[in-house]
Design a protein around this ligand. Sequence first.
Ligand code: IFM
Length: 457
Amino acid sequence: MTQIQLPKNFLFGAATSAAQIEGGAFLDGRGASVWDTFAGQVGTIADGTTPSVSCDFYHNYKEDLALAKNLGLQSFRFSFSWSRIFPEGTGKANEKGLDFYKRVIDEIHKNNIIPNATIYHWDLPQALEEKGGWINRDIVQWYGEYASLLFREFGNSVPFWATVNEPIATYVGYAQGIFAPGHVSERMGRQANHHVLLSHGEGVQRFRQENIKDGKIGIVVDIWKHHPYRPDNPADCAMAELENEKTYRSYLNPLFHGRYTDALLRYMEKNECMPEIQDGDLEKIARPMDFFGLNCYNRVVDCADENLLEEERKKKHTGGNFQDNGFEFYPKAVYDAVKMLKKNYDLSIPIYVTENGTPGFHEKPDEKGCICDQNRIHYIKGFLYWIGKALEERYDIRGYYVWSLLDNWEWNSGFSSRYGLTYVDFDTQKRIIKESGKWYAKVIEERVIDWEINVHE
Ligand code: IFM
């Protein structure tokens, strides 16, 4: 058993996003987002639900923030709903929408919690999608106007700002059709991604122009490193390598090196999906920021042999390096990501682990009303251990946020996938703190992690 002590000034929090917790989708002038529209189409969401009510944070925010305080959270990560603020995406702002966020931010402060805001977490106003959405280069200006308004309204009451959460979600929505708005075109996906990165750069520039005192701005990128299933097999290695290019490197390279990698450029050329890039775009994307938000959940293992893969899928993995929910358990992923950021990008800004968590598919209260999610405790413990390891080696990680404070509307999985430290009964809106929530509260207080290192790590 190894013991890790996390520093006193290390920030502990939990993360959420507007579309997943707020509900109130059609209240007080809010316009539809692409997820409202997408979820309304048959076959898009596993349980056929929509985000229209979800946790009803729109009405329950005071109780939920009191709950966050009870857990001892030091920071609360949330996102603004673009279409609550600009129902049409641009033009006249909705005062009632701005009012809501003012009340939420005030309440966060009343609870002595530090707000950490994301400007864009996947919920593009439907009105903008109808003008081409992330494919239309004008979106950089639309996003910029929206970001500037937020900076002016809330810049002095929110110290942490993320321009975008996980740019890859836009690719998934335009290239793979799995996420809203549901397009299936590699070319659209690459163009959409370029515009998301450009909007990030626009956001950073406008943040600096607003001259916000004490505020920090960054971006949140998820790193799921691809590993070859057979490390000595060239096809598996080539597959993993290409996936790393197409995923996290396609964001990190422009952000930190001011260019797309040659391998990605070759791939885009060959597959006729090269985005339109104008002079100055990459300089804009690479504007210096203040922190890096790392979302880290797992790694991905790639295998080029379909038959082998099929056999692997049939295996019922439990225990060891697999969790009960069927996912591989690889907490070292966070340590690997942090090391890679330093080695490959010479990252010199602080890292916040802005999301980490694991879903439960059958969680419900037992006869005593307890949600005994030992699986989640084990998972978070493993990641905190490896964060502690990286801290011992002097990597600059300043905080950690569990995804999520509450069970919520998990995009394509609807309500069938629960990530919360708190259980939500979506019929009654009753909340029950899970065992993981109680355990996390203790970690925040004591900052000690006992960990038995797994043979597979
Ligand atoms: O729920 C999502 C979140 O919106 C973005 N990061 C991953 C989470 C879990 O899937």
